[in-house]
Design a protein around this ligand. Structure first.
Ligand code: NAD
Ligand code: ZN
Ligand code: ZN
Length: 361
């Protein structure tokens, strides 16, 4: 059996997305069919639409989602119909080199559904990040579903599926922020704001938010930034040093993805401090730094993919903190929209008007 549902499809490079009827197969072995309740609009969806990821059009967009498992295929034991789940793009294999060395967050063979979802004429769809959740239902590998407490709001919970997890994880997993640390976050969009919340959760003594947009700095303040710096008006490195007794921050998180902000992060950290790059650069970007400074300043220069998260470990824990009122996931939901408003949400994202627009079904 298969299901015909409405979904947001990107048919060609740069073309506006369209609402289409797609065909979703019943789950095969190891797969789960999920009824989507909410899905956030992420920059990566726009990158797909613009052909910036690859040319495998048509894409089924959407990947920051929460929903309810409707049915599961043969051999699925971790989730069952009726479970409220957050979808993830890191269903680890358990067998690859990284998994066997006990570092599954670097897994080289993550799972997606084997069967294809299609357009009505049979054309195969490429789901964004192996998810495709701007749809009433989607088909994923069962390992892409993480069961969490049903009482969480779907719009807030789904955001853990990508950008918010990337930011929180950049602070708590990759940056290893600890109690009493000084932390600076450069770029306070959805990801940077989440890094601020993460640093706060980890017990950072000072959390300095840096952005060129005062609206973002205002939200950063609500999420626990102790200081804000508008780097359009003030030199970011000088300001961070001044706020940290002249030393620089223990951990600086770059959440823009540009050489000049990376350079700020590099020089704004304390000697032997840590830089975490979570912003994603484009292929033509280059970084030039005196090698003597790389050596002489010591410490660690790290990149963070998906916040080095393990969905099975991190999602339920963060949802519990959310339900206890210790992590304000609702603050990331700027607006809720309908399935046919994704194109408008891309526009608002482009203008920096939102942390997240979330499609609610
Ligand atoms: N590593 C990962 O796993 C991962 C996951 C999701 C997103 N990302 C990346 O993280 C980055 C941020 O994503 P987002 O959703 O928060 O985007 P966003 O557009 O919402 O936020 C970017 C922020 O950076 C600010 N900014 C722009 N130029 C700046 C500058 N020169 N100095 C200081 N601030 C500046 C903007 O005002 C904005 O607030 C993107 O590059 C995105 O692709 C990475
Ligand atoms: Zn693996
Ligand atoms: Zn994303």
């Amino acid at each position: 059996m298969s299901h015909q549902v409405r979904a947001v499809v990107a048919r060609g490079k740069g073309a506006p997305v369209s609402l289409e009827t797609i065909v979703v197969p019943d789950p095969g072995p190891g797969e789960a069919l999920v009824r989507i309740e909410a899905c956030g609009v992420c920059h990566t969806d726009l990158h797909y639409r613009e052909g910036g990821i690859n040319d495998d059009f048509p894409f089924l967009l959407g990947h920051e989602a929460a929903g309810v498992v409707e049915s599961v295929g043969e051999g699925v034991t971790d989730v069952a119909p009726g479970d409220f789940v957050i979808l993830n793009w890191r269903a680890v294999c358990g067998h690859c080199r990284a998994c066997l060395r006990g570092r599954p967050w670097y897994c080289f063979d993550t799972h997606n559904a084997k069967q294809k979802m299609t357009l009505l004429d049979g054309t195969e769809l490429a789901p964004a990040l192996g998810i495709g959740a701007f749809a009433e239902k989607t088909l994923v590998a069962a390992g892409q579903c993480t069961k969490v407490d049903r009482t969480a709001s779907a719009a807030a919970a789904g955001l853990l599926g990508c950008g918010v997890m990337a930011g929180i994880g950049a602070a708590i997993n990759t940056g290893n922020v600890g109690r009493g640390d000084t932390v600076a976050v450069i770029g306070c969009g959805g990801v940077g704001a989440a890094a601020i919340a993460g640093a706060n959760l980890a017990g950072a003594a000072k959390v300095i938010a840096v952005d060129i947009d005062d609206r973002k700095l205002a939200t950063a303040g609500k999420l626990g930034a102790t200081h804000t710096v508008n780097s359009k008006e003030t030199d970011a490195v000088e300001a961070i040093r001044e706020l940290t007794g002249g030393f620089g921050a223990d951990v600086v998180i770059e959440a823009v993805g540009r050489p000049e902000t990376y350079q700020q992060a590099f020089y704004a950290r304390d000697l032997a401090g840590t830089v975490v790059l979570v912003g994603v650069p484009t292929p033509e970007m280059k970084l030039e730094l005196p090698l003597l400074d790389v050596f002489g300043r010591g410490g660690a220069l790290k990149s963070s993919w998906y916040g080095d998260c393990l969905p099975s470990r991190d999602f339920p824990m963060l949802i519990d903190l959310y339900l206890q009122g210790r992590l304000d996931l609702d603050a990331f939901v700027t607006e809720t929209i309908a399935l046919d408003e994704v194109e408008k949400a891309f526009e608002r994202m482009h203008h920096g008007d939102v942390l997240r627009s979330v499609v609610v079904l």
